[in-house]
Design a protein around this ligand. Structure first.
Ligand SMILES: [Zn+2]
Length: 466
């Protein structure tokens, strides 16, 4: 029901929606130093203020939760559906933008460009226009739909922690901050490090390794120093680099050889697309050293637990998968090694079947065999919502109704805004294969994705709340 009216309303308000999104894009809402009444600084505060003013202007009830989160309501007082979006953005590198400035929204062809266009100002307004549509079509709701606009999603989601300390979770929540169809499973997340101290030295020794910038980013670069190599060792390293598909830059200073390794970076949740410079470096080092001192033994141990390309954790002893989540993945993403000690950090995304006993405990035991200490066994649990519920069935059916293609539930390795909500899923608005440069330069969104999402969300509101 209502499909034609919804589509007609959204298409006839398309330009108005793009203008409202553009007004929000013009505000740089990256996290800034806190000020009085502005927990995330002036930018997020201004973006929220504008969105709330717009909502009131269109006749909606709003509540501002101390500038952490804003709520826009429709329907009765009985909570039913929360839609969780955010207005903060990641920082920009203005010189990298080629189509338009990051805060100068521009439509080119069938896309809207600007920071926040796809993450998450565009989707937030698509959800808002879904509410406008239901309201202005005069479709009565028996229960409440609430659009929550957060302002700290990109820096740890302390905004919604603040909100949910005051308010109960709605019976159903979806977040338009990811992909369609429905993401009902987010793998568990486990980040920890292996450490060892060094007490001795040897003639041919790994003196230093440095790689990695963030625990969840697979490193593109690694640099290491070894003493006591000869020219045949250098040839051996070059040959190995060729096999691993990484580039080397080698320089010699007296007895010390310095090697810079270039691989391909990536996100820890998608290790299959990257070529980890750190594990490549370790593999190359292992080709030219012997276990003659603590530092060398530690590197050889890391090489055995994290061989290059083994992102399923087979050698580390944690390879596992289940039907609903897929494979565990693990990647060694950071290292600091000097003459005294090593600290190497990994990031693992583990399936619903994983437990402390089958992951952290196993890694701890295997590390100890090599003299490596595991620093933490704290794991973030997986998030899973049963796909066999009226809520999820409605989301899938409404996606199919407007997209004319089959819908299904999907598992991902990353965490979304709803990770800690009992009955929360991510639901659009992008398709998985859309290239929108999210978090990058020239961020953009296909306008059709916003209009079709607005239609789908309107249908969901009617189906769940009327
Ligand atoms: Zn986002």
């Amino acid at each position: 029901m209502y499909k034609d009216q919804i589509a007609e309303f959204i298409m006839s308000h398309r330009d108005e929606m793009l203008k409202d999104i553009g007004d929000l894009i013009r505000i740089n809402s990256e996290k800034m130093p806190a000020r009085e009444n502005m927990p995330y600084g002036e930018g997020p505060y201004m973006a929220l203020k504008l969105a709330m003013e717009k909502a009131r202007g269109y006749g909606f009830r709003t509540t501002n939760y101390d500038n952490y989160v804003g709520a826009i309501d429709m329907g009765s007082d009985e909570a039913q559906l929360d839609i969780l979006a955010h207005l903060d953005v990641v920082p920009v590198t203005p010189e990298g933008w080629t189509v338009t400035g990051p805060f100068e929204p521009k439509v080119v062809g069938d896309r809207l460009y600007g920071r926040g266009s796809c993450d998450d100002k565009g989707p937030a307004m698509a959800a808002f226009y879904a509410m406008r549509c239901v309201k202005e079509l005069g479709i009565p709701l028996k229960k409440r739909v609430r659009l929550l606009l957060g302002t700290d999603e990109e820096c740890g989601s302390s905004d919604i922690a603040y909100y949910y300390a005051k308010e109960k979770e709605a019976p159903m929540t979806f977040s338009p901050d990811a992909e369609f169809p429905v993401i009902n499973l987010e793998k568990g997340h486990y980040v920890s490090s292996f450490e060892a101290d060094f007490a001795d030295t040897c003639a041919r020794q790994v003196l230093a390794i440095a790689s990695g910038t963030k625990f969840n980013v697979i490193p593109e670069d690694a640099v290491f120093k070894i003493s006591g190599l000869d020219s045949s060792d250098v040839d051996c390293m070059r040959a190995q680099a060729g096999d691993l598909g990484v580039a080397l830059e080698i320089s010699q200073d007296g007895d010390v050889t310095t090697v810079a390794v270039k691989g391909k970076g990536g996100h820890a949740a998608f290790p299959e697309g990257a070529n980890n410079a750190l594990t490549a470096a370790i593999s190359i080092i292992c080709g030219v050293i012997e276990p003659d001192c603590d530092a060398n033994r530690a590197v050889i141990a890391l090489g055995e637990m994290f061989p290059h390309g083994d992102y399923l954790g087979e050698s580390a002893g944690v390879k596992m998968s289940d039907d609903i989540s897929g494979d565990l993945t693990i990647s060694l993403n950071m290292i600091e090694l000097d003459g005294c000690r090593v600290c190497a950090t990994f990031d693992s995304r583990y399936p619903v079947c994983g437990t402390v006993e089958t992951t952290a405990d196993v890694l701890e035991r295997n590390g100890l065999k090599y003299g490596l200490r595991l620093t933490s066994k704290t794991m973030t649990k997986p998030h899973y919502v049963d796909p066999d519920s009226d809520f999820i069935r409605t989301l899938l059916a409404d996606y199919e109704m407007y997209k004319n293609k089959p819908a299904r539930c999907v598992a991902i390795g990353g965490g979304t805004y709803v990770h800690n909500l009992k009955n929360g899923v991510a639901y659009g608005p992008a398709e998985f294969d859309t290239v929108n440069n999210m978090h990058g330069n020239d961020e953009n969104v296909p306008i059709e994705e916003l209009t079709s999402a607005a239609c789908i969300y309107a249908q969901v509101i009617i189906d769940l709340c009327s």
